[in-house]
Design a protein around this ligand. Structure first.
Ligand SMILES: [Fe+2]
Length: 180
């Protein structure tokens, strides 16, 4: 499973801290051990169930969010580095893990992904944090998982969490418009 996770996420190599890279990889491994979904499924299922006939796969969307978040963080560091401290490893790990809980939120019936009973009770920000804490992911990154979606609107997000939150919504809201 470790090799499959590395194939899904070449961006794991962007995490320079070895222990954070290990915990982030381990978290995805644990998620697949508990999930009805396989790594191959993630290349096929839509990234959201909120857009009918969504044309983009889970992995295409999630990797796009990681790339946006990293470039945004780099630009902010270049332009405002003296005024704002941004930890790139935290941004990348948080973006890679933001939706890991969806592996426990979805089930696959007749080839189609849908929200499970557990998923309706515990959306992926909650299950994602549970998986990440079990894998030894640090609190700064768990915070990004917890606060990346609408649930986080009640949370005072860190700078790194704000970057991942906006990257996620940049890559989501245009698809939501398609559904109108
Ligand atoms: Fe999400």
């Amino acid at each position: 499973m470790r090799d499959a996770v590395r194939r899904l996420w070449p961006e794991l190599e962007w995490i320079s801290d070895a222990s954070l890279r290990e915990a982030t990889t381990r978290c995805w491994e644990i998620a697949f051990e508990r999930s009805p979904l396989s790594p191959e499924d993630l290349e096929e299922i839509p990234f959201t169930l909120l857009v009918p006939d969504c044309p983009t796969s889970f992995m295409a969307h999630k990797r796009c969010v990681v790339h946006i978040a990293r470039r945004a963080a780099e630009a902010m560091r270049e332009q405002m580095g003296d005024a704002l401290s941004i930890d790139l490893d935290t941004v990348v790990a948080g973006a890679i893990l933001a939706d890991v809980g969806k592996l426990l939120e979805y089930e696959r019936i007749d080839g189609n992904a849908r929200q499970s009973r557990r998923g309706s009770l515990l959306r992926h920000p909650f299950t994602g944090v549970a998986l990440a804490m079990e894998a030894g992911v640090p609190d700064e990154v768990c915070h990004i998982i917890a606060a990346h979606a609408a649930e986080g609107d009640l949370v005072r997000r860190t700078t790194e969490a704000l970057i991942v939150h906006h990257a996620d919504f940049m890559a989501y809201l245009p698809f939501k418009n398609l559904a109108r």
